[in-house]
Design a protein around this ligand. Structure first.
Ligand SMILES: Cc1cc2nc3c(=O)[nH]c(=O)nc-3n(C[C@H](O)[C@H](O)[C@H](O)COP(=O)(O)OP(=O)(O)OC[C@H]3O[C@@H](n4cnc5c(N)ncnc54)[C@H](O)[C@@H]3O)c2cc1C
Length: 272
């Protein structure tokens, strides 16, 4: 659930370059989304974050002690304690919750880890996204379009969502799985050069009028084969591993996984 804000000559414009909206297929998640809408973090009818998709996680994180932009590159369990290392420093903890894509969790824990085999069963596929801003008098043929047969399987006019800036017409195009896999290793510039003509063709825009163009590579975007249970756990090491990939491809699956991990931690703390 990511929002990218950029300044163009007509003002600031934002793109939801990850999740576009929040379908809720079960009542517990739907209830939480309604509560979020009641607090103004989400638009009830369109199920999008306001003023961006990142508003919801930002609001949920309010008051918590969170360090952002901190990569962990090494994770070692020694003497009943976790030691976490990254370019910005070292941390230690009694318990660790790894809520990152399964292939990244597997890489961090290592092939010899007891959870590695379960993590390997999960299959995640990439998605290439294009962000493009156009002047306000440019064509706006639709608010969003889904066409699995087109290389740009999902196209959204992000500026048509509630609470967005009117400084420009913001488009986000997400390539389908085949196109994304084929061009995954190209540079963001090369990916943008491939996707922009396709987008302009669909929306009837002039590429020379672009105020901003940028591609983003999501390497682990969509869960193609989930784990089939809400999380993985190693009780002896107080390690929990979860994320959307446990149960499915959407934010609500991540929410369910996280909630079940929290429940487990609370229950085990109670037992102690
Ligand atoms: C293009 C795209 C479109 C999507 N559209 C929708 C949609 O419309 N609706 C919907 O419900 N879902 C959608 N999804 C899926 C949704 O975004 C995910 O289900 C959800 O974000 C998963 O949440 P998560 O917390 O499990 O993992 P993530 O959101 O992947 O969060 C994991 C975080 O861990 C961080 N991380 C990874 N490794 C490390 C490390 N070593 N150290 C520190 N941090 C690390 C990552 O940077 C990331 O911030 C979409 C996803 C993509 C990519």
């Amino acid at each position: 659930m990511a929002t990218r804000r950029v300044t163009v000559e007509t003002g600031t414009v934002s793109f939801d370059h990850g999740a576009q909206y929040l379908p809720a297929s079960d009542s517990a998640f739907a209830h939480t989304m309604r509560a979020a809408a009641g607090r103004g973090w989400l638009s009830d009818d369109t199920l999008v974050g306001v003023p961006g998709m990142s508003s919801l996680p930002r609001a949920l994180a309010d008051g918590l002690n969170i360090s952002q932009q901190v990569e962990i590159t090494r994770l070692v369990h020694q003497d009943d304690c976790w030691h976490l290392t990254g370019p910005k420093g070292q941390y230690s903890a009694r318990s660790v919750v790894l809520a990152i894509p399964a292939p990244q969790a597997r890489a961090l824990l290592g092939d010899a880890d007891p959870l590695a085999a379960d993590l390997s069963r999960v299959i995640m596929s990439p998605c290439l996204a294009l962000m493009a801003a156009l002047p306000t008098d440019s064509p706006r043929p639709f608010p969003h379009r889904v066409d699995p047969a087109h290389p740009l399987a999902w196209i959204a006019q992000d500026s048509s969502k509630p609470g967005r800036s009117a400084a420009a017409v913001a488009w986000v195009a997400q390539a389908g799985p085949a196109f994304s896999a084929m061009h995954l290793e190209q540079t963001p510039e090369a990916i943008a050069a491939l996707m922009l003509p396709l987008l302009c063709d669909v929306i009837g825009a002039d590429p020379d009028q672009m105020l901003h163009v940028q591609a983003h590579r999501w390497r682990y975007a969509q869960t193609a084969k989930p784990l089939g249970q809400p999380f993985l756990q190693d009780h002896g090491r107080s390690l929990y591993v979860g994320g959307d990939w446990c149960l499915g491809p959407r934010a609500e699956h991540a929410w369910h996984s996280g909630r079940e991990i929290a429940r487990e931690i609370r229950e085990s703390a109670h037992v102690v």
